[in-house]
Write a new protein. Structure first.
Length: 256
């Protein structure tokens, strides 16, 4: 699938090293049979599963910072930027998004993601387990990773480093920027994903036997967005085009 590079859009304060190029699909790569677009490079050995709540329910903690009208638009923008960056990572064979939201599903499918209905309807971890099952039913030879949908600053190269590190373990995870939650969980072929996201999931994933990935320079993979302060931090890293398109409505972003 052909891909066209693009640059992250930043807030006025720019950190050193923020000039890493972003990439996104130039077209959706959607197959006529409705299958997901893929990266056919030899190094592409990962299937990613990204869960997304209905937009009317997602990112509720952002309401105080951005208002109710903007909140669902940001939730969709975060997901679009996350999926576009993930699809641009050479190590990623395909991305499946588990969601029942029709608008989000249509826009993410246009990027090249496979949309998996949240048929369990039993919360985040059940959705991830279901998504992992569905992608493995098609490509059992690939490793699987769960990735948060709220990583608007995600950079393909940083995701690639995390995937490379994760490949050394049967199961591995990356903590969020706060060091409390988790933004990434992986399972090698044949290993159960066994997600325990929610609350202090860093400790829960460690207790489950997954290895913690300890890497410097992967801030964009750890920078999930739940609060106004999180959003300001993501903007300082440089966000993707969907989130950047809403930048004018975000000034100033409260800290909480």
């Amino acid at each position: 699938m052909s891909r066209t590079p693009y640059a992250p859009v930043r807030a006025p304060a720019v950190r050193a090293g923020d000039n890493e190029a972003r990439r996104r699909p130039a077209d959706s790569g959607r197959r006529p049979d409705g299958g997901d677009a893929t990266n056919t490079a030899t190094a592409a050995r990962w299937s990613l599963v990204i869960p997304l709540k209905p937009l009317a329910l997602g990112k509720s903690r952002l309401t105080a910072a951005v208002g109710e009208a903007l909140r669902p638009r940001l939730a969709l923008a975060f997901a679009l930027d996350t999926v576009a960056a993930a699809l641009a990572c050479p190590a990623v064979r395909g991305v499946a998004v588990v969601t029942d939201d029709p608008l989000a599903g249509a826009e993410l499918a246009a990027l090249g993601a496979r949309i998996v209905p949240d048929s369990p309807g039993a919360g985040l971890n059940a959705a991830l387990a279901h998504g992992a099952y569905r992608v493995r039913s098609r490509r059992p030879e690939l490793a699987v990773a769960a990735l948060n949908a709220d990583l608007p600053a995600l950079r393909p190269a940083e995701l690639g480093r995390v995937l490379a590190a994760a490949g050394a373990f049967p199961r591995a995870f990356l903590s969020d920027a706060a060091g409390i939650g988790t933004t990434f969980l992986s399972a090698a072929p044949g290993a159960d994903l066994n997600p325990v996201f929610g609350g202090p999931s860093r400790a829960a994933h460690g207790a489950s036997g997954a290895a913690e990935i300890l890497l410097d320079g992967v801030d964009s993979v750890r920078r999930d967005v739940d609060t106004g302060a999180d959003l300001r931090a993501a903007l300082s890293l440089g966000v993707g085009p969907a989130t950047a398109a809403l930048r004018g409505a975000l000034d100033p972003v409260p800290g909480h």
